[in-house]
Design a protein around this ligand. Structure first.
Ligand SMILES: Nc1ncnc2c1ncn2[C@@H]1O[C@H](COP(=O)(O)OP(=O)(O)O)[C@@H](O)[C@H]1O
Ligand SMILES: [Mg+2]
Length: 198
């Protein structure tokens, strides 16, 4: 079993939470914060189906809005781009995205088991390419999709789409953190937040 906290420390991805307050915006008034990460704040829209996600990372903005972003059943459905609604303390603009509501991986579920296997494959790749420094994750993902993996075709296609996106937009994969892999109500594994910018 891999030591995830060690893995994240090696990649310089220690858990830090975005310190910014929720920006004042008519769509966000009275909405409950249900998640926060290093670059984003997630608020419940209240309809049981969608969330508002305030994002500060350009990598996330590309991932959720680019014409050629990865799509398909393992990527989140984005319903609307509500534009720039403020500026983060980090200096990046804050974009408001409306997207499908996802759920944490239920322990012991097939999606959680699959996520752990993917994280282990990816981490083994990172260990192999660690001498490449900051390119390690990108190269590890690239090589992962070149080799036959014991996963179904849909997951393989999703990894390939993610790798192509990472190369095209020069962002870095961030799939070592199980928080970045979520599931739908029906149990489908979703790469909810698989990229970042160093
Ligand atoms: N679509 C979503 N539906 C519900 N909760 C979400 C959704 N996306 C993210 N979250 C929650 O918000 C937290 C932070 O989101 P994440 O996408 O990882 O942001 P960051 O870019 O800050 O890493 C996640 O750990 C998760 O708990
Ligand atoms: Mg995240």
């Amino acid at each position: 079993m891999i030591d995830l906290s060690r893995a994240r420390a090696c990649l310089g991805r220690e858990a830090i939470l975005l310190p910014d307050p929720v920006p004042v915006h008519p769509l966000l008034e009275g909405k409950k914060e249900i998640g926060r990460g290093e670059y984003s704040i997630v608020l419940d829209k209240g309809d049981g189906e969608r969330v508002y996600k305030v994002i500060s990372s350009p990598a996330d903005y590309f991932l959720y809005t680019a014409e050629d972003r990865p799509r398909g059943k393992h990527f989140p459905i984005v319903h609307a781009d509500h534009g720039i609604i403020g500026r983060a303390l980090s200096g990046y603009p804050l974009h408001l995205i409306e997207m499908e509501r996802l759920y944490p991986l239920a322990e012991g579920s097939p999606a959680a088991d699959l996520a752990m296997r993917l994280i282990e494959f990816y981490w083994a790749g990172c260990a192999q390419w660690s001498r490449l420094g900051s390119s390690m994750g990108r190269i590890a993902l690239y090589h992962l999709v070149q080799q036959p993996l014991d996963v179904d075709q849909g997951i393989h296609d999703a990894l390939k789409a993610l790798s192509d996106f990472v190369e095209e937009y020069q962002v870095l994969p961030d799939i070592l953190n199980a928080n970045n892999l979520m599931m739908r109500k029906d149990g489908t594994l979703v790469f909810s937040d698989p990229v970042f910018i160093a």
